[in-house]
Design a protein around this ligand. Structure first.
Ligand code: HEM
Length: 400
């Protein structure tokens, strides 16, 4: 029997960015989880797709990279934009076995040991960022604090020299900020031009960094093409910065709304690891991840055909009441907390360890060195169906 959604739930607008900026997608996802967990979403400016909203089903899709392929793209793209240029070429957009070979080229920079080796430098960078923000008095938590550590880290990994990082910071702020489409596009082209030049530098003189690994490493006995190297650099830069910025800023906003949790974390730092996991679950900044079906398959009671698109709504999985106890409660002691904010399976976030470390260091430094933080104006949410979180969060910080 078809269950009709109540009028308050508009099932057609999951692809409307306005829903994430000014609306509330959670009742829509909840209705879908309860009534139509694998639901066909009709074509709009995007192709038709199956919406998957339950935790278990999303894990099933993540865990079968052969049937649920990443090679056609992992994000919904307007039909008019055509195919994703990174399809079959970047780490996130390749399938096994090619994917494993590509991942092993860069995996060394993301191991526990590599992350630990960077910790001291991260702490130093965060100290400077927080001191600068406190010096400003009023600042934007998103651009002045949350965005800075992840960019610093990815620049270190990619081998961007210290004196070029500020320039790259300003370009990424423009490219991924809220400005005009043209300004963003120009900034993005300048970033690509920068990496093209860095790639040539590393071809002449390799160093111990990710760009050199991409330039000199072989996948299936072949060097990567220049275009593939650039697409992978872009992927790492975006992957390494955008989501951490959103998770940290969303986490801070949550703590500002719940000062008792901030105080509790201040008093008991042993809660930091579970608090970081809960911030990841709560913010679930990667709104959706897509796959394309390679052969007929049944998902729950639906028959999916080869070529069908499957869209997994991460925040919905992370609030699934079938899996989490009191999923709508923010609980910094939650344990276990096997959320899907960082994906799962073959493409599980390569930067997971890095992310957790960055978040722990940043929140610890804020707790240690600031006396008071307060919001000074309305937070501005992002207008996007790809990532969710804050565009800006005005705050006033007083140092100890
Ligand atoms: C809060 C922070 C982050 C979130 C929420 C996040 C989320 C995700 C998700 C959901 C995936 C899976 C995509 C898929 O299955 O198609 C993924 C993959 C990936 N992430 Fe992250 N990420 C974060 C931070 C980072 C950082 C800091 C880096 C790098 C420094 C990074 C690099 C990557 C890469 C390279 C992949 C592709 C891995 C593969 O395809 O094998 N991410 N991330």
């Amino acid at each position: 029997m078809t269950v009709l959604a109540p009028e308050s739930v508009d099932l057609a607008n999951l692809v409307d960015p306005e829903l994430y900026a000014t609306g509330d997608p959670y009742p829509v996802w909840r209705w879908m989880r309860d009534n139509d967990p694998v639901r066909l979403h009709a074509a709009t400016q995007y192709p038709a797709f199956w919406s998957v909203t339950r935790y278990d089903d999303i894990r099933t899709v993540y865990n079968d990279a052969r049937v649920f392929s990443s090679a056609e793209g992992i994000l919904l793209r307007p039909l008019a934009h055509g195919k994703d240029p990174g399809g079959g070429r970047t780490l996130a957009l390749t399938d096994p076995p090619h994917h494993k070979a590509l991942r092993s080229l860069v995996a060394d920079w993301f191991t526990t040991r590599s992350v630990r080796a960077l910790e001291e430098a991260m702490r130093g960078a965060v100290r400077q960022v927080v001191a600068r923000a406190a010096g400003l008095g009023e600042c934007d938590f998103v651009t002045d604090i949350a965005a800075r550590l992840p960019l610093y880290v990815i620049c270190r990994l990619m081998g961007v020299p210290d004196h070029e990082q500020e320039m790259l910071f300003s370009l990424t702020s423009k490219a991924f900020g809220a400005g005009e489409a043209e300004t963003r596009s120009i900034a993005h082209q300048e970033i690509m031009a920068y990496f093209l030049e860095l790639m040539y530098r590393r071809m002449d003189q390799p160093e111990d960094d990710l760009v050199s690994a991409l330039v000199n490493g072989e996948v299936d006995g072949n060097l990567l093409s220049e275009e593939d190297i650039l697409l992978n650099c872009d992927n790492l830069l975006v992957g390494g910065t955008e989501n951490v910025r959103l998770a940290v800023a969303g986490g801070m906003q949550t703590f500002l709304d719940r000062p008792a949790d901030w105080e509790r974390l201040h008093a008991d730092r042993t809660l930091m690891p579970t608090a970081v996991e809960e911030v990841l679950r709560w913010t679930s900044s990667a709104t959706h991840i897509m796959r394309t079906v390679t052969e007929p398959v049944t998902l729950r009671d639906r028959l999916l055909e080869a070529g069908d698109r499957v869209v997994m709504w991460t925040p919905s999985a992370n609030r699934d009441e079938r899996y989490f106890e009191n999923p709508d409660v923010f609980d910094i002691t939650r344990r276990p907390n096997r959320h899907l904010a960082l994906g799962a399976g073959e493409h599980f976030c390569l930067g997971a360890m890095m992310t957790r470390t960055e978040m722990r260091i940043l929140f610890t430094e804020l707790l240690d060195s600031i006396h008071h933080i307060e919001q000074t104006g309305p937070a501005v949410p992002l207008r996007s169906i790809v990532v969710n979180g804050l565009e800006s969060l005005p705050v006033r910080i007083t140092a100890k």
